[in-house]
Design a protein around this ligand. Structure first.
Ligand SMILES: [Zn+2]
Length: 406
């Protein structure tokens, strides 16, 4: 009788585990194929920089000073990717048209030369990478229609239309449907051409505003030379107020999109203006390391431009974070996003792990981050078997040198 019960239990566990593995097979495979980073890789990504007052240029210069002071074990400075917005509303002309016609004013206009110069300087010094965030942070006709109906937005337009981060969040989503395929293609052509006109080279990396984008946008980006997309580990294709619709709920680093572009995941946040401290960011770096992933920190422009006090605090936090990270992880690396993407082909510092034992341990840790997987795996005993596997295969064996030591 006892044996029958044991047999039934074993059958149940085998069956339950097979069902669990079948249900999660696509995600588990993606997690296995995702490259494993064996040392901390730290990269800051700051969006929304574009046309703005001269104080923005000063903040960019100060960021460069902080980045230049921190060097990894290879002598490389800390790095920040700048997600650039290339145009803001031309308030005078829009008001003159009685809010009927949208006109923009772009980063190459003389009044923004200080910001453009600072961005270019940072790029030339190797401290900044420049990527496309959007010609505008919004869809112009959608914004114009909203302005016509809102006194608050009329005030925003008249007072400081460069502060796109002050717009209601839904209006900040540039690629929120419905927008026709032809309009998307034209807008992407215009934004990539403007990027080239501003910086002198073509954009290769894009980060969609508020992380709303879809396949048609990818196709147009692809045709204009964008080969990399920064994403939050998912693809949100639409939003209605605070409701987001997602068509891909797991995207991993270096995964190839259906249109042939490479995804890079930015899912850590370092926003001192929201109260994030360097100590919180250290925990995030440790978590990324445990999951064998690079740590891409999102740190928006507003942290450095909201006020002089905000800028001072954010720079201090950034400085502290870099100093403490270098101290705690002397082997950490500052890489650009294009260097991260090219690591499988070019990895002179052996950042990537190839040994299957170490990769197995990381894979199991990643699997536990899948929604509900950990719960089911505990229930079916899969977690216990995974733990046994890591204990058996990833326990370091004493080397001959070590055993010869007293
Ligand atoms: Zn943005």
């Amino acid at each position: 009788m006892i044996w029958l019960a044991v047999e039934l239990l074993v059958c149940w566990l085998v069956l339950a585990n097979l069902v669990l593995l079948a249900l999660y097979r696509r995600k588990l495979r993606l997690l296995w194929l995702e490259p494993t980073f064996k040392q901390p890789v730290i990269l800051f990504e700051s969006d929304d920089w574009g046309p703005g007052p001269v104080q923005h240029a000063k903040a960019l210069d100060q960021i460069q000073q902080v980045l230049a002071q921190a060097r990894d074990h290879r002598g490389r400075c800390a790095h920040m990717t700048i997600g650039t917005v290339l145009s803001i509303p031309d308030a005078d002309k829009i008001i003159q048209s009685q809010y009927q016609t949208y006109t923009g004013i772009d980063l190459s206009a003389p009044q923004f030369s200080a910001v453009l110069t600072s961005l270019k300087n940072g790029w030339q010094k190797g401290l900044f990478s420049l990527q496309l965030h959007g010609r505008e942070h919004f869809w112009p006709t959608t914004l114009l229609a909203a302005i016509r109906d809102s006194d608050e937005l009329k005030q925003w337009l008249a007072n400081d239309s460069s502060a796109t981060e002050q717009l209601p969040s839904t209006l900040q989503s540039r690629w929120n449907p419905p927008i026709s395929v032809a309009d998307i293609a034209l807008a992407v052509k215009q934004e990539t051409e403007l990027f080239k006109r501003c910086f002198g080279f073509g954009a290769e990396v894009a980060v969609p505003p508020t992380f709303i984008w879809h396949e048609q946008v990818e196709i147009s980006w692809r045709s204009q030379g964008i080969n990399t997309i920064i994403c939050p580990g998912k693809r949100f294709v639409e939003r209605q107020q605070s409701q987001f619709r997602c068509d891909q709920d797991l995207i991993v680093n270096l995964q190839t999109s259906q249109t042939g572009q490479t995804y890079l995941v930015r899912d850590q946040y370092f926003e001192p203006e929201y109260g994030h401290q360097w100590q919180d960011a250290m925990v995030k770096i440790a978590t990324c390391l445990q999951l064998g992933r690079p740590c891409l920190f999102e740190t928006h422009r507003f942290n450095f431009t909201d006020s002089a006090q905000a800028c001072h605090n954010s720079l201090q936090q950034l400085q502290q974070l870099l100093a403490h990270a270098l101290k705690r992880w002397p082997d950490c690396c500052f890489l650009t996003n294009s260097e991260i993407i090219n690591l499988p082909q070019h990895d002179p510092d052996h950042v990537l792990e190839h040994g299957w034992r170490a990769r197995l341990k990381v894979w199991l840790a990643r699997a536990n981050t899948l929604p509900r997987f950990r719960y089911f795996a505990t229930f079916t005993g899969l977690s216990f078997m995974g733990w046994l596997l890591t204990l058996t295969f990833t326990h370091p064996k004493p080397s001959l040198t070590q055993s010869a030591q007293p």
